[in-house]
Design a protein around this ligand. Structure first.
Ligand code: SF4
Ligand SMILES: [Zn+2]
Length: 144
């Protein structure tokens, strides 16, 4: 099992997760999907749910800083902010220009949700990472 698979928090972005992720409040939640709200009518409600968790999170600042430093402005709730709210914090890349898409880090849970959010089928490494994290969460709940 590789290191990134055991980092079971919603914005799992890297194969070498920074230490602050261990204190992430979204580490053990049952429905990490809420951090990647689906497009559509329910998006606002689901985003609010994720934001409520972020409000209480001890590493909210670290999470938001990480997202902004790594151009994570297109998908998911990070540091209590939606993509639109995060984009407002970064300099514009030129009006009318299409913002470049954040590359997917495959083999991570974030990769899995980013695929889904884009309406794609997740690649096998991303599916494996997501399944492994779900198994770890289930195991933790059983042992809690
Ligand atoms: S601020 Fe929100 S998304 Fe970031 S680590 Fe905390 S709970 Fe997770
Ligand atoms: Zn992938």
């Amino acid at each position: 099992m590789t290191a990134h698979i055991v980092t079971a928090y919603a914005p799992t972005i890297t194969a070498d997760p920074p230490a602050w992720t261990l204190a992430a409040l979204c580490l053990d939640i049952d429905e990490p999907e809420i951090f990647y709200p689906p497009a559509g009518n329910d998006a606002a409600r689901v985003t609010r749910e994720a934001k409520r968790i972020c409000e209480l999170c001890p590493v909210r600042t670290e999470c938001l800083t990480y997202a902004l430093d790594h151009d994570e402005v297109n998908y998911g709730v990070w540091g209590g902010l939606s993509p639109r709210e995060r984009r407002q914090l970064v300099p514009k890349i030129g009006r009318g220009k299409k913002r470049r898409q954040t590359p997917i880090v495959h083999g991570t849970e974030t990769g899995y949700y980013t695929h889904r959010r884009r309406g794609e089928q997740a690649c096998v490494p991303c599916r494996d990472a997501s399944a492994a994290i779900h198994r770890i969460r289930a195991e933790r709940r059983r042992n809690a």
